[in-house]
Design a protein around this ligand. Structure first.
Ligand code: HEM
Ligand SMILES: *[C@@H]1O[C@H](CO)[C@@H](O)[C@H](O)[C@H]1NC(C)=O
Ligand SMILES: *[C@@H]1O[C@H](CO)[C@@H](O)[C@H](O)[C@H]1NC(C)=O
Ligand SMILES: *[C@@H]1O[C@H](CO)[C@@H](O)[C@H](O)[C@H]1NC(C)=O
Length: 323
């Protein structure tokens, strides 16, 4: 009996120890690859530097890829999977089709990283680092990227359609989507500041610029109308900067625009339209350093959404397909 008792204690202790280990391996950490791939960060940085210096917008495109990855089943590289005849992924979902870009840059980084450290670094982590470096090269804040994510073996077009908010979203729709992922209204406003860089297609803001609404400044509306005809199907892919002033510079002009009713997307202007987030927008418009530090903190939080860790998922050899 005593023997059985001590065995039970041993098994319980072992069980608790394994639970503890499982818990520890589920945490991401900044030093995850420090011995398995010591040059990872400098390799990613130099690839992002050359991509962004040949086309500044690429920094915006890579930042957006990371957001769209994290909002669909967590930051697991699912957005990077190509469609095949037997597999429908996220690239063809509405928020990505004809607008998600930067996949070649991620492929090039992955090839370089695989040459140095084969089978070690996930595509999900490469995207997380590249998003940070993109922001830095466009003049934004830096942060330490937590690592140790693994890659998904699946993707979901329908979840991409449902989980990534659209440009017509109301504040309450944005707020509930972000809070479902553990992100506060302050995180929502800070992360929306990602629209201080990059471009949007006419089809995403047409209804707003022709709405005659009181929450769009009329001269701004007219300027945007000049390259976005009021006819569905005509000029749909014409681009306009999300930040009309400095679309290649990661600054707080996006918030200064909102305060003047010059947000490009409906989903931008709802953040400053008489609702509960007005004060946060005003704060960021007046205190750029506050925006930059809140943005960095919110990026770390977004990067923590539902990662695959331990023995879940895999380390893809090619970001476009499962092994
Ligand atoms: C709050 C909800 C959000 C909505 C509704 C939204 C919507 C959009 C839309 C409609 C576009 C233009 C896409 C097109 O041309 O078809 C866009 C572009 C972009 N978004 Fe968002 N977005 C949101 C949040 C974010 C977040 C959190 C980030 C990153 C932190 C982000 C980063 C970007 C960037 C950088 C671009 C420009 C991409 C490029 O030029 O290639 N967005 N977004
Ligand atoms: C936004 O809503 C308007 C109707 O108010 C609609 O015509 C338009 O297609 C919608 N745009 C997008 C991108 O969903
Ligand atoms: C834009 O087109 C819609 C219908 O397609 C129409 O109702 C509206 O009056 C037009 N707005 C302007 C400013 O031309
Ligand atoms: C918007 O306002 C302009 C001028 O004030 C007018 O010509 C146009 O018909 C209006 N459009 C709508 C959709 O109300």
């Amino acid at each position: 009996m005593a023997d059985l008792g001590s065995k039970t204690v041993l098994i319980l202790t072992l069980g608790i120890f394994l639970l503890f280990l499982g818990n520890v391996s589920a945490q991401l950490s900044t030093g995850f690859y420090s011995s398995s791939c010591p040059n990872l960060l400098s390799t990613v940085k130099s690839s992002v530097r050359s991509a962004v210096s040949s086309e500044a917008r690429m920094g915006a495109s890579i930042l957006r890829l990371f957001f769209h990855d994290c909002f669909v089943n967590g930051c697991d590289g699912s957005i990077l999977l190509d469609d095949t005849s037997s597999f429908t992924g996220e690239k063809s979902a509405n928020p990505n089709r004809n607008s998600a870009r930067g996949f070649d840059v991620i492929d090039n980084i992955k090839t370089t990283v695989e040459n140095a450290c084969p089978g070690v670094v996930s595509c999900a982590d490469i995207l997380a680092i590249a998003a940070r470096d993109s922001v830095v090269f466009l003049g934004g804040p830096s942060w330490n990227v937590k690592l140790g994510r693994r890659d998904s073996t699946t993707a979901s077009q329908s979840q991409a359609n449902n989980d990534i908010p659209g440009p017509n979203s109301s504040l309450s729709q944005l707020s509930s989507r972000f809070s479902a992922l553990g992100l506060s209204n302050t995180d929502l406003v800070a992360l929306s500041g990602g629209h201080t860089i990059g471009q949007a297609r006419c089809t995403t803001f047409r209804s707003r610029i022709y709405s005659n609404s009181s929450n769009i400044e009329s001269l701004f509306a007219r300027t945007r109308q000049s390259n976005c005809p009021n006819t569905s199907g005509s000029g749909d892919n014409n681009l306009a900067p999300l930040d009309l002033q400095t679309p290649n510079s990661f600054d707080n002009n996006y918030f200064k625009n909102l305060v003047q009713n010059k947000g490009l997307l409906q989903s931008d202007q709802v953040l400053f339209n008489g609702g509960s987030t007005d004060s946060v927008v005003r704060n960021y418009a007046n205190a750029p350093a506050r925006f930059l530090s809140d943005f960095a903190a919110a990026m770390v939080k977004m990067g923590d959404i539902a990662p695959l860790t331990g023995s879940n998922g895999q380390i893809r050899k090619n970001c476009r397909r499962v092994n």
